[in-house]
Write a protein that binds this ligand. Structure first.
Ligand code: FAD
Length: 148
């Protein structure tokens, strides 16, 4: 869907952050998703956003300079704080090629698993990506096999 010039290697970031807004508010979340989708189409970024009980977990992939720009904007965004970059790596392909930003619907079954990942923030970003991938596509297993 998005082509990158050779010098802009494809990268993937995973971060979690603490919400400073009511994450149960559909209006707030749809505002965030709306601006994300608009900007991400422009910037060649794709990914998924999980929202649950006061925290965010997001995976975003695309050209490095576009991710740098996003990280700067995220850092200035008062809607969340304590942004923890769990992982940033060069990847060979996109795991979320069809989503300029998909909302990962957190079910009661998956919530405790994701909460554990958040609590142990630095433990396994791959597991976080895998969980998001499973939620939005039903696919799994693509993350661990990629070279770092
Ligand atoms: P505008 O949308 O016009 O916003 C201008 C400024 O106002 C920005 O500094 C913004 O942070 C601030 N702002 C806007 N609305 C509010 C509000 N309701 N409350 C407080 N401050 C506000 N952006 C992306 O482009 N891609 C993403 O994938 C993405 N994911 C996000 C995930 C999370 C969890 C959050 C909280 C935000 C995300 N954003 C994302 C939004 C990002 O942080 C910036 O707000 C946005 O990129 C700025 O877009 P803009 O330059 O068009 O400015």
């Amino acid at each position: 869907m998005f082509g990158s010039p050779r010098h802009d290697a494809l990268e993937r970031i995973v971060y979690c952050s603490k919400a400073c807004v009511d994450t149960a508010s559909l209006q707030i979340i749809s505002e965030i998703l709306g601006v994300s989708r608009r900007n991400n189409v422009r910037d060649g970024l794709t990914g998924a956003l999980a929202v649950n009980d006061g925290w965010f977990l997001q995976v975003v992939e695309g050209p490095g300079p576009a991710l740098d720009g996003l990280l700067r904007r995220l850092a200035d965004d008062a809607r969340h704080a304590e942004i923890e970059l769990l992982s940033r790596r060069t990847v060979s392909g996109r795991l979320f090629p069809d989503w300029t930003m998909v909302a990962a619907r957190i079910t009661p079954e998956i919530a405790p698993q994701l909460q554990r990942l958040i609590d142990q923030c630095r433990v396994s970003p791959e597991a976080a990506v895998d969980a998001l991938l499973r939620i939005v596509t039903g696919r799994t297993g693509a993350v661990e096999s990629e070279a770092r």
